[in-house]
Design a protein around this ligand. Structure first.
Ligand code: FAD
Ligand code: FES
Length: 424
C-alpha cells in the first residue's frame, strides 16, 4: 500500500485502496460466514467432545476402581418412593470405604442375597436409577412383587424384592457385583432420543436422562413415563425438574388406571396404555433412537409396534425386567416334534439327558435334572447363567441383551440346536 502511494499517483492509490477494501471485505465476509458455520457446528462439536471426554473419564476411572466378583455395600438410606409403598430406593456405599467406579447409563447391579430357606444365594439384578456422575453412592429402586392375582394362597411373593423391602434396613450390608449390562445410552450419538419407562422399568431410562442432563446435551429428548396411577408413579419429580430446566427435554406421563384423585393435564398427560399411537401424537416422525424398559407385556407389544411403524431394529434398544422365579417351560410341541430329541451332556455333573422341545431352555432342563446352575434374571440380561459350550450349537429363544463371551452360552434363553456338551 505504501509502495503503491509512492510509485504512481492518484490511479494507483485508488486502485490500491480499492484492492485493500476488497481484500478486507472478502476477509470479513469469510470470517462472518465461517462464524455462522462455526456457531452451527460449535455446539455439535462441543457435545461430541463432552461425550468423548466423559466416556474416556468413565474408562479411566473404571480401570482403577471396578471390582471382580462381589463387594460389600452398606445400605446408607432406604426411601419409600410411592404412595402405595411398594417401591423403595436403596442408596449404597462401599463397606470398604473405597471409591465407586462410574457406570454407563442403563447398567445394573447384580446382588447375591443370603435369603433364609434358599439353598444358595439368590441372584437378582437391579438397574442403577441415579445419575452416573454421582460417585458418592449408588442408587437402586426396587418394586416389591406380590404373587400374581390369580395364584393360589401357597404362592409366595417375590423372593428378592420382598427381602429388600421387608428384611433389609439402613446399615445392613449386601453383596454386590460391579455394574454391567448392554442396555446403555449411546452418549456419542447426537440423534433425537425417546426414553420410555413403564412402572419400575423407569429406572435405567431415568439414569440415561440424568446422563444427558449432566453432559449438557442439546439432543431432543422425549421421556414417556407409564404408570398405573398417581399412587404407583415414582421419581417423577426428578424428571419434571429436568424437563422444566431444559427446553430440549419433553416429559409425558400416562396413567393406565388413574384414580379419582388424578387430574388429567395436571398430574398426567394421557389416560391408557402406552402404544405407538400415543407416541405418534407427540413425535413428528419415527426417526428417533428408542430406549424402552418396562414390564414384559409392554415391551413385546411396544417393540412390535415400533417395528411396524418403520423403526429399524438398530434404533430400538430395550430391556425387560422378566420374572426371575417363574419357569418358562414351553407348551408341549406336536407329537412329531416331541418325538425328535437331542442329547445334552452336562460334562461337569457327568449327566447325559434327552432334550425335547417341551423341555424349554437348557437352564430349565438342567434344573429339572438336579444340575445346579447359578441364574438371575432368566431373561438373557444379567449373564449369570453363562456356561461354556464344549460341543454343538444352540439357538436363542429371545435375543440376549449382550452377547456372552466367545464359547459361552446363556442357558436361560438357549435351546440346543443339536447334540451339545455343556460345562455344567
Ligand atoms: C437387567 C435387569 C434390571 C432390573 N432392574 C430392576 C429395577 O430397577 N427395579 C426392580 O424392581 N426390578 C428390576 N429388575 C427385576 C428384578 O431383577 C427381579 O426380577 C424382580 O425384583 C423379581 O424378583 P423377586 O426375587 O422379587 O421375585 P421372584 O421370586 O423371582 O418372583 C417373581 C414373581 O413370580 C411370583 N411367583 C413366585 N413363585 C411362583 C409360582 N410358583 N407360581 C406363580 N408365580 C410365582 C412371585 O410372587 C413374583 O410375583 C431387573 C431385572 C433385570 C434382568
Ligand atoms: S440368568 Fe440372567 S442371563 Fe441367564
Amino acid at each position: 500500500m505504501i509502495l503503491a502511494l509512492q510509485i504512481g499517483g492518484g490511479t494507483i492509490v485508488a486502485l490500491a485502496l480499492f484492492q485493500l477494501c476488497l481484500g478486507v471485505y472478502s476477509s470479513v465476509a469469510v470470517v462472518f460466514r465461517e462464524r455462522r458455520l462455526d456457531a452451527r457446528h460449535l455446539q455439535h462439536f462441543n457435545d461430541l467432545a463432552q461425550a468423548a471426554l466423559r466416556n474416556a473419564e468413565v474408562d479411566r476411572l473404571k480401570s482403577g476402581t471396578t471390582w471382580a466378583g462381589k463387594r460389600k455395600f452398606r445400605i446408607v438410606e432406604k426411601r419409600v418412593e410411592n404412595k402405595c409403598g411398594d417401591i423403595c430406593s436403596f442408596y449404597l456405599q462401599p463397606h470398604d470405604g473405597g471409591e465407586l467406579p462410574p457406570f454407563l447409563p442403563g447398567q445394573f447391579l447384580t446382588f447375591e442375597l443370603p435369603i433364609s430357606d434358599q439353598p444358595a444365594p439368590v441372584i437378582r439384578c437391579y438397574s442403577l436409577s441415579d445419575s452416573p456422575s454421582r460417585l458418592d453412592r449408588y442408587r437402586v429402586t426396587i418394586k416389591k412383587l406380590s404373587p400374581p392375582p390369580d395364584a393360589g394362597e401357597t404362592v409366595p411373593g417375590g423372593l428378592s424384592s420382598t427381602y429388600f423391602h421387608a428384611s433389609l434396613k439402613e446399615g445392613d450390608v449386601v453383596d454386590v457385583q460391579a455394574p454391567k449390562g448392554g442396555f446403555v445410552l449411546d452418549l456419542q450419538s447426537e440423534r433425537p432420543v425417546v426414553l420410555i419407562g413403564g412402572g419400575v422399568g423407569l429406572t435405567p431410562v431415568l439414569s440415561m436422562l440424568k446422563a444427558l442432563d449432566d453432559a449438557g446435551s442439546h439432543r431432543e429428548v422425549h421421556f414417556f413415563h407409564a404408570a398405573r396411577s398417581g399412587d404407583d408413579i415414582v421419581l417423577c419429580d426428578e424428571i419434571r425438574e429436568i424437563a422444566e430446566r431444559r427446553n430440549n427435554v419433553h416429559y409425558r406421563v400416562l396413567y393406565s388406571a388413574p384414580t379419582d384423585a388424578c387430574v388429567e393435564g395436571r398430574d398426567y398427560d394421557c389416560p391408557g396404555l402406552l402404544t405407538v399411537d400415543v407416541l405418534k401424537r407427540y413425535l413428528t416422525s419415527s426417526n428417533y433412537e428408542f430406549y424402552v424398559c418396562g414390564p414384559p407385556q409392554m415391551m413385546s407389544s411396544l417393540t412390535e409396534q415400533l417395528r411396524d411403524w418403520g423403526v429399524p431394529d438398530s434404533d430400538i434398544h430395550f430391556e425387560a425386567f422378566g420374572p426371575a422365579s417363574v419357569k418358562t417351560v414351553k407348551s408341549p410341541a406336536s407329537s412329531r416334534e416331541a418325538a425328535e430329541s437331542v442329547q445334552v451332556e452336562f460334562s461337569r455333573s457327568g449327566k447325559k439327558v434327552s432334550w425335547h422341545e417341551q423341555d424349554g431352555t437348557l437352564l430349565d432342563l438342567a434344573e429339572r435334572n438336579g444340575i445346579r446352575v447359578a441364574s438371575g434374571c432368566r431373561a438373557g440380561n444379567c449373564g449369570t447363567c453363562a456356561t461354556a459350550l464344549k460341543e454343538g450349537d444352540v439357538t436363542y429363544v429371545t435375543r440376549p441383551a449382550s452377547s456372552p463371551a466367545q464359547g459361552s452360552v446363556l442357558m436361560c434363553i438357549a435351546c440346543p440346536g443339536g447334540n451339545v456338551i455343556l460345562d455344567a
